[in-house]
Write a protein that binds this ligand. Structure first.
Ligand code: F6P
Length: 525
């Protein structure tokens, strides 16, 4: 990136832009919204509150061309092995192309649909012959966050015969124990979701779940009626005991954090029904087509990605806030934390040499109105410059007629707050008393969607996936591996062995003394 012509052109532009306040840009052009927004089927992207001008946008587009973004997009959609450190494709886009599915994908869809129908039609029965009423999805990272985020967001659109769907991911088993205390084992189905089927978090929880069913089932033969497995590794699923008819497969070319589009979406389909699940795929596919076919200048993921690069590498911002103004998107920021930071939180280029520029910013977020009463203080008056994405829906949740006025009242309040915050961050409010001074000049995007349904959520998630891909191309990163998570897992195995042996031999003094104190405190009142 650094050796491109566009990079050299952008640097002086950044210096002059740093000296300008955002509100001056609005004062200079009262129609600023016009050139700096894009629209596609119920999704409007307003980037007018960014410190950009047309010259900067043109140079950012040149940067994308110099980094051969077009070739990379083609390789992504062709299913080339662009995840070169694992010698795999990253072909999640193929999973949303329902019109021309690959036969292996279609076979798994049919199997998933049949299992979903069995549950909905009360034909999926547990050890006592009673139908399944509760699903517990056991998985972590990509095998948890996507289905958790989507089922929470779209709960009002649940299928009329949907079972209750619960998610457990934490290795301390507290989420699981809480559920086991109140659910009936005879009517509970566990979905063990793990791409590798080797993650200790998931397998340890699955073992505990199995013990629970074993303790209640009349005999061993019926225990596995309570488990469905989802993985790329059928051998490991079989070894653990998952029945062949309860195994859903996906493939190495689907990255964990992109796997909600695969059979990992089983919990989504159970809750929303196949129609809802397919609508989500259709929304994502529409965004894929837009990304693939639209000239870069009108391409929403391309612009979203390039503006992030501009803020990170030229305006030196290192934090990104995700602020959805809809409580149904409670888990959206957590979902994006994995998508963005596990993909682009890297310091090595594709060719294996060290990166000398900034890459993925620290990303966090919260439902906007709650965040206003928590961390917006820092956004308005802190010393950190932060880029924010506001996400807003034009239509609220429809309620029965008698609640309409009340609903409109809350929805309008919500809209007013979202627009007020991005406006305040842009313009600020000068005051001689510095305690009450708002400097403003904090940049933001607003993504305005028509409504929160499966289709638009599919579009939104695919938009962020492609944004991440665009940035990875500019930064010359492979966004599809995650070697950075391995060391901690390896050391955990070693420390677990020390705990079992009650030994601190060869450990550093901090770890050794923390362990000794843990052992001491465990026996105190
Ligand atoms: O440790 C990180 C990670 O590998 C993620 O990339 C992945 O989504 C998660 O763990 C869960 O992995 P699996 O689905 O293989 O259990």
């Amino acid at each position: 990136m650094i050796h491109t012509h566009a990079y050299a052109m952008l640097q002086p532009l950044a210096e002059s832009m740093k000296a300008q306040h955002l509100k001056e840009l609005f004062a200079q052009d009262s129609e600023r919204f016009k050139p700096f927004h894009l629209e596609k089927e119920g999704l409007l992207f307003d980037f007018s509150k960014q410190k950009i001008n047309t010259e900067i946008i043109d140079e950012l587009l040149n940067l994308a061309t110099e980094q051969q973004l077009d070739t990379w997009i083609e390789r992504l959609f062709n299913g080339d092995k662009i995840n070169h450190t694992e010698n795999r494709a990253a072909w999640h886009t193929a999973l949303r192309d329902v019109s021309s599915p690959n036969p292996e994908v279609a076979k798994q869809w049919r199997k998933m649909e049949s299992l979903v129908n069995q549950v909905h039609q009360k034909q999926f029965r547990g050890y006592s012959g009673k139908p399944i009423l509760d699903i517990i999805n056991i998985g972590v990272g990509g095998s948890d966050l996507g289905p958790l985020m989507v089922t929470h967001a779209l709960d009002k659109d649940k299928h009329e015969h949907a079972p209750d769907v619960h998610f457990v991911s934490t290795l301390d088993a507290q989420q699981l124990h809480k559920l086991l205390k109140r659910l009936d084992p005879a009517t509970t189905l566990f979905v063990v979701a793990s791409k590798s089927f080797a993650t200790i978090d998931t397998l340890s929880l699955a073992d505990t779940a199995k013990e629970w069913i074993e303790a209640h089932a009349p005999n061993q033969e019926v225990v596995m009626n309570h488990f469905v497995g989802i993985s790329t590794n059928p051998t490991k699923m079989s070894k653990w005991g998952i029945l062949l008819r309860h195994q859903l497969i996906f493939w190495e070319w689907v990255g964990g954090r992109f796997s909600l589009w695969s059979t990992i979406g089983f919990s989504i389909a159970l809750r929303l029904g196949m129609q809802g699940y397919n609508d989500m795929l259709a929304g994502a596919h529409a965004m894929d087509q837009h990304f693939k076919q639209t000239p870069f200048k009108q391409n929403i993921p391309v612009l979203l990605g390039l503006i992030g690069v501009w803020n990170t590498n030229f305006l030196n911002l290192s934090a990104q806030a995700i602020l959805p103004y809809d409580s149904r998107l409670k888990y959206f920021a957590s979902y994006l934390e994995q998508l963005e930071m596990e993909s682009n939180g890297k310091r090595t280029k594709r060719d294996g040499t060290a990166i000398t520029y900034r890459t993925c910013p620290i990303l966090w977020g919260e439902v906007g109105p709650n965040a206003q009463h928590a961390f917006y203080q820092l956004l308005h008056q802190g010393t950190e410059r932060v880029m924010s994405d506001f996400i807003l829906f034009s239509q609220g949740v429809s309620q029965p007629d008698r609640d309409r006025d009340r609903e409109n009242y809350h929805h309008n309040l919500n809209i007013a707050n979202c627009l007020a915050q991005s406006r305040a961050m842009m313009s600020g409010d000068a005051n001689e008393d510095l305690h009450k001074d708002y400097p403003g000049d904090q940049v933001s995007n607003t993504l305005l969607l028509k409504k929160l349904d499966a289709y638009h959520l599919g579009m939104l998630v695919a938009l962020y996936e492609h944004k991440v891909f665009v940035q990875s191309v500019i930064w010359d990163i492979n966004p599809f591996d995650q070697w950075g998570v391995e060391l901690g897992k390896k050391l955990a195995v070693d420390i677990f062995e020390h705990i079992k042996a009650q030994s601190v031999d060869d450990l550093d003094s901090s770890t050794a003394n923390l362990l000794k104190n843990i052992w001491k405190q465990r026996h105190e009142n």
